[in-house]
Design a protein. Structure first.
Length: 363
């Protein structure tokens, strides 16, 4: 069965349908990872987006029970060059098409993903639609130009109620803005006693849980669309060690008086080089974000830039000059991607140890 991919700039591509048969509109983005399509599809940071996978063959090892980053994917659609119909892997439970059909997500294959990626890089992120072959392109393009997407993506993917993930080590509150399972997995691996709370939890509620530290998770959309989280973070700074990832990094910057802006086409993939300004080391990182912190806005804050992206010099790491708070724009838990920066979770726990020692000295 044929299917159309239509962009707001007038581009029309014809491909083959797989997954769900429904039509869907969303923000078209691309990600450059060569493997890890299951983790990508289930990453809550893609909420509301139609994801283009630039690697040409997708689905060849199927879908398995271990590689989910969320139980319910929140992407609007999937675009690939070729979708493997008969996956082969000892962990395989179902094909990619079967999985998308189960989750009611449309897919389109046979698309020139290199051409599509060049269009996005030239014009920036575009609105698009995956629709039936019978759809009128002119009508769809007009609809896309007038389409307004919701700004409550974080609300859509955050947990609605707090829940524990028990351990016997440090008590960490993980604020869920659309957290990947990988973050919780890394904390549990270090025996942390984790309490996961919704995105709109107040600072008073968090402090009442008596945590040793707070982790701000990744998530979708514009950080300025979550003002209650900015207020909460501002009130927590100086009271506890904090570690922020991706959206958490951007929200922390806003809480400190810095500014953020939308990137032309974002950073999405598992091969982005990041340089640590203190050690001079370069790490390859997994990234998925469409916004960044404005470097000029840092000047009037108590923040220090710790890492930069070597591709475009955007800010990849921040730390507070007075309080034990640090953040990174990328994903140290990877999933998918390199685990070069996994040590940051240990660094966070070390700061908790130092903080608790300082508190005891002053008690």
């Amino acid at each position: 069965m044929k299917r159309q991919l239509i962009l707001e700039d007038g581009t029309v591509m014809i491909g083959k349908a797989f997954g769900s048969e429904i039509e869907m509109v969303g923000e078209i983005v691309f990600t450059t990872g060569m493997t890890g399509y299951q983790e990508t599809i289930t990453d809550p940071s893609f909420c509301g987006q139609i994801v283009t996978l630039t690697y040409p063959l997708i689905g060849n090892y199927g879908i398995n029970r271990d590689d989910y980053e969320s139980i319910q994917p929140s992407i609007k659609g999937l675009i690939v060059k070729e979708a493997a119909e008969f996956p082969s892997n000892w962990r395989n439970d179902m094909s990619l098409s079967e999985f998308l059909k189960l989750k009611n997500i449309p897919g389109i294959s046979g698309i020139d993903t290199r051409k599509l990626t060049r269009i996005i890089r030239q014009y920036g992120t575009l609105k698009g639609a995956i629709c039936h072959i019978s759809a009128n392109p002119a009508e769809v393009i007009n609809q896309l130009k007038n389409q307004e997407f919701p700004t409550n993506q974080v609300e859509q993917v955050s947990t609605q109620k707090a829940y524990p993930s028990p351990g016997r080590g440090h008590h960490v509150v993980l604020v869920d803005f659309g957290s990947k399972h990988g973050i919780l997995r890394e904390l549990n691996k270090r025996d942390c006693d984790v309490t996961v709370v919704p995105y709109n939890t107040s600072s008073a509620e968090i402090l009442a849980l008596k945590p040793d530290g707070v982790m701000l998770s990744n998530g979708p959309g514009d950080p300025k669309d979550v003002p209650q989280a900015i207020k909460m973070i501002k009130e927590l700074i100086g009271k506890l060690p904090i570690f922020g990832i991706c959206l958490g990094h951007q929200l922390f910057a806003l809480a400190c008086g810095a500014d953020t802006y939308k990137l032309k086409f974002g950073h999405r993939g598992a091969n982005h080089p990041v340089k640590d300004l203190h050690t001079g080391k370069v790490f390859f990182t997994s990234q998925n974000h469409g916004y960044a912190v404005n470097e000029e806005s840092i000047q009037t804050t108590q923040l220090r830039v710790t890492q930069i992206n070597l591709n475009d010099q955007t800010i990849e790491g921040l730390e507070h000059q007075v309080h034990p708070v640090f953040t990174v724009q990328y994903h140290p838990e990877a999933s998918p991607g390199p685990e070069d920066t996994n040590f940051l979770f240990d660094q966070f726990l070390s700061r908790i140890e130092e903080w608790k020692g300082t508190v005891k000295q002053h008690a």
